[in-house]
Design a protein around this ligand. Sequence first.
Ligand code: PLP
Length: 399
Amino acid sequence: MRPVYLDNNATTRVDPEAVAAMLPYLTEHFGNPSSLHAFGAPSRQAVKTAREHAAALVGAALADEILFTSGGTESDNTAIRAALAANPDRNEVVVSAVEHPAVLALVRQLEAEGRIKAHVVPVLTCGCLDRELFRAALSSRVALVTVMWANNETGVIFPVEALAEEAKAVGAVFHTDAVQAAGRAPIDLKRSAIDLLSISSHKLHGPKGVGALYVRRGLKFAPMIYGGRQERARRGGTENVPAIVGFGKAAEIAVPRLHGDAARMRALRDRLESDFIARIRDIAVMGARAERLPNTSAIACAGVEAEAVATMLAREGIAVSTGAACSAGSHAPSHVLKAMNAPIATELGAVRFSLSRETDDDDIDRALTATREIVGRLRQSGPPASNSDAPRRREAAYA
Ligand code: PLP
């Protein structure tokens, strides 16, 4: 049976058209884009075209507002450091409690070094930001506000355009991690107060190891990587031309399909959830009452460890996740579920199903049947006691 891939928030399959676009830049067009001779020209032109496509993906006014990076993590790190450098008289950072580690780990590190004071704004059980506490954290001491566009574990969307306006009112720079949103939700930076926005190619059917940071024109900026004068002296290092070309192609493909793909994914995701709700008792959909990405569903089942469900689904060829890929292997509930204080999930975790434009009805049917059966078996085998009995019981349930 063909495998079912429902872990698209971890990464997506590279679109064959993106692969085809990349290949010539690994073979005949190997020139360095900075070279003035004939070998440099095709690479230079290809990077320029890719920049235009990445700009269109996020509705940037100018292609030059796009800075290519090695991915979402570098974009987030660059944004945070750039904002602090641009605002040297201020040393406070406002951040949501459910950011990806690409943001949270750096904020914690800077705080440990005594360079900043962080205000970590909690979320409510619905997954939404606590707007009152957000407002309370804003002041003329805040250099940077960073809140993600959409959460990778639950798909919950944050009102970043409104939050950016509030940050602006106190003179802070506003950054958003749009790694999960780009290509899945419409983004139009021309009409927003967002200063910095991170995207990553491999979440939208492009290659890994490449991404971009949108830097609003006129924003004071300090590079994170010093070196040559590539990327208008904002990021040193010879450009990863094939990856940038693949990313550009993925962005070009995503833009015209965005609304159609989102509607198809939403219909499949909603069918998955309504079937679960109808047929599995005592389950909770994380962030169900909040606005969410159309492709993400995180589900917690009372009395059943999410990790056990994901492991058993994997044995049946169905790939899902129990949270951020980076915390896979750890049985502790993720910081996102903990921050939401979500019923069931805070203790037992949640199974994340994340769809892509390639997901079809058959994938959903197989995930539904297998999950129902696995949850039933696990429930029959008894509660997931936090004692040494648990692995044995889980093994018995596989049989
Ligand atoms: N931000 C979010 C919300 C993510 O989901 C991820 C990847 O999982 C990243 C940042 C990191 O992106 P990359 O893998 O391109 O470094």
